[in-house]
Design a protein around this ligand. Structure first.
Ligand SMILES: O=C(CO)[C@H](O)[C@H](O)COP(=O)(O)O
Length: 208
């Protein structure tokens, strides 16, 4: 099971300071959407060259032009790019083809997919690398319970591995781990913690 650290600060210096403290504890470092919007894909290049041993995910949340936008992330040094599950199948397929050509990976983000039961089979048929059950930032204080969706996705996926994201902390993590996700994505619990390393160690202990 991999730990993905989401760096969603819009300030790359701050994001890099946190990464420096926990880089030995994480498997994948995510350059978050706010950071990409503010500073561009050059942050992906900088982080990949500073930490070549880590996988770097560019959270591009691609919605169209799957091959063009995925290659922007891959050419910048990303190992994985994200594509929205609400995008058309052809968009997901083009991003996946691009990834296969370059020996890279695609993670599909199920954020805002209304009928997950129907969509998950269609996405799995395209065989991206990961499919992420994601509780949106904007819903995290609305008492969302992701476990039902996690269970549904885990039982439906045949060709694709499951990732889980959105407000993950040590309180909910044990319940999530019961569904054996391939990737656990943690952002704010680590990055907003007064002691990010302590927070990351707490998560690692639960993953062990
Ligand atoms: O993609 C994201 C928001 O759209 C975040 O990176 C993801 O939700 C993880 O961060 P957190 O643990 O703070 O929710």
């Amino acid at each position: 099971m991999k730990l993905q650290l989401a760096l969603d600060s819009s300030n790359s210096q701050e994001a890099k300071r946190i990464l420096e403290k926990v880089s030995d504890l994480v498997d994948i470092v995510e350059v978050g959407t706010p950071l990409l919007m503010k500073e561009g894909v050059k942050v992906v290049t900088e982080i990949k060259s500073a930490y070549p041993q880590l996988e770097v995910l560019a959270d591009l949340k691609i919605m169209d032009a799957g091959d063009i936008e995925a290659s922007i992330g891959f050419e910048a040094g990303a190992d994985i790019v994200t594509v929205l599950g609400v995008a058309h199948d052809v968009t997901i397929g083009r991003a996946v083809n691009q990834a296969r050509t370059l020996s890279k990976k695609v993670m599909i983000d199920l954020i805002a997919v209304s009928d997950v039961r129907a969509r998950i089979d269609q996405i799995d048929a395209i065989a991206p690398d990961y499919c992420c059950v994601h509780t949106a930032f904007d819903l995290q204080d609305h008492g969302m319970d992701p476990l039902r969706e996690i269970q549904l996705v885990q039982s439906a996926l045949k060709r694709t591995q499951m990732a889980v994201a959105g407000g993950i902390n040590p309180g909910i993590l044990p319940d999530i781990l019961a569904y054996h996700p391939a990737v656990v994505i943690v952002g704010g619990f680590i990055t907003n913690h007064p002691e990010p390393r302590q927070a990351a160690l707490q998560i690692k202990e639960l993953l062990a």
